[in-house]
Design a protein around this ligand. Structure first.
Ligand code: GRF
Length: 201
């Protein structure tokens, strides 16, 4: 069976990456294969997770390139070589630009820990998202998987899932609850995209 090749871009802990890796090891029906992990940070723990599963890794740090174009071309070389069917941003903190966006239009997805379009954008990531949700006394928050466009957290929404917010929540507690939902949602979206691709081919 043809595999559905996924390249995962990370910057940090990589629990979403871990969820994808665990899923692919248990389920073969959609043929999903994580074929490469790219990190924007040398220290990202996600790299250790990838190595433990025997997945090839690369570190592509923005500061090593003099222009955004060169940075994007470096990423593209790796993604091209991996013959990616899908690029997944799983806690990736760098902003993707041209020519990568056009080259992989409709094939790059991101996961965000809120119900976008609320609590998204350039300065709203990590614990800050959950802090703002709590400050605004929201009763519900959630997770969103969306296509990546030239904006930050603005691309077409693929799927969302609601998570309850409780009065005693701290940003850390809420983040952990949302994270669990993210893992399930991300896998579900990747699986759906792989199955759709399978039907098309
Ligand atoms: C997740 O909350 C994700 O939605 C956001 O960054 C976080 C990454 O977490 N984009 P992890 O590195 O997968 O644990």
């Amino acid at each position: 069976m043809e595999s559905f090749n996924v390249v995962v871009l990370v910057s940090g802990g990589g629990t979403n990456l871990q969820a994808i890796l665990d899923y692919t090891e248990r389920n073969s029906i959609a043929g999903i294969r994580v074929c490469h992990v790219i990190s924007s940070q040398q220290e990202a723990y996600a790299l250790k997770r990838a190595k433990k599963h025997g997945i090839p890794t690369s570190i592509v740090e923005k500061q090593n390139y003099s222009t955004s174009r060169e940075h994007m071309e470096a990423l593209m070389r790796i993604i091209d070589r991996a013959k990616a069917d899908l690029v997944v941003l799983a806690g990736y903190l760098s902003i993707l630009q041209e020519p990568l966006l056009s080259q992989y239009g409709g094939k790059i997805i991101n996961i965000h820990p809120s119900l976008l379009p609320q609590y998204g954008g350039k300065n709203c990531y990590g614990l800050e998202v959950h802090k703002q949700v709590i400050e605004n006394k929201e009763k519900e928050t959630g997770a969103t998987v969306h296509y990546v466009d030239q904006g930050v957290d603005t691309g077409e929404i693929i799927q969302q899932r609601v998570v309850s917010v409780f009065p005693e929540d701290t940003p850390e507690i809420l983040s952990a609850r949302v994270r669990k939902t993210e893992h399930r949602l991300l896998i579900e979206v990747i699986e759906n995209l792989a199955m759709e691709e399978k039907k098309r081919s």
